[in-house]
Design a protein around this ligand. Structure first.
Ligand code: FES
Ligand code: FES
Length: 200
């Protein structure tokens, strides 16, 4: 038997206490949390934002919950960026944010304001293909093509920072991009064959 003044909690007491705590936590809504953190709140309704995509500034109105992927594809009609898993696992939606790869499905559009956003359309310049795109074509680095814009953007980001990567560096840079058609060997060849990743 426990000493009289020892702190003991019965199973019933535990659940009663946890229930009160959970209720208290549930009552701390966005307004209260925002006031506590000092972070300005927006939404849940649509708010005006500005995005700079491929060098062009766009003004749009979106709910704060809208992802960068949805804003780019559905609102700006820039469809080179692909939605496949929509949960940050496949890399099909890869874009460059200030030169670094991100999954556009996994960040909010509102978070990308003031950043330089680049999609695969930024590489296009008629009539020549970008060297990375050219290499993908020459080395058969694509089949169905759903993963290709993401792989091209990840390859471009790598080559802009590391013009002559090793095979291991290519593998590491592209390990967040899944190709269900299994073009990995060809993509590796394409990346290694591209010098600099910049237009000559
Ligand atoms: S669609 Fe974004 S990671 Fe798959
Ligand atoms: S080419 Fe089909 S998923 Fe990669």
């Amino acid at each position: 038997m426990a000493p009289k003044d020892e702190f003991t909690v019965s199973r019933r007491d535990f659940f009663k206490t946890a229930g009160v705590g959970g209720l208290a936590a549930g009552l701390i809504g966005p307004v209260e949390l925002g006031a506590q953190s000092g972070v300005a709140e927006v939404g849940p309704g649509a708010v005006p934002i500005q995005l700079t995509v491929n060098g062009r500034r766009h003004s749009l109105t979106v709910e704060p919950r809208v992802t960068l992927l949805d804003a780019i594809r559905d609102r700006l009609d820039i469809t080179g960026v692909k939605r496949v898993c929509d949960r940050g696992t496949c890399g099909a939606c890869t874009v460059l944010l200030d030169g670094r790869t991100v999954y556009a499905c996994s960040i909010l559009a509102i978070e990308a304001q003031g950043r330089d956003i680049r999609t695969i359309e930024s590489l296009a310049a008629e009539p020549a293909l970008h060297p990375v795109e050219q290499a993908f074509c020459e080395h058969d680095g694509l089949m169905c093509g759903f993963c290709t814009p993401g792989l091209v953007m990840s390859t471009t980001a790598l080559l802009e920072g590391t013009p002559n990567p090793t095979a291991e560096q290519v593998r590491q840079a592209l390990d967040g991009n899944i190709c269900r058609c299994g073009t990995y060997v060809k993509v590796l060849e394409a990346a290694l064959a591209t010098k600099g990743g910049r237009r000559g």
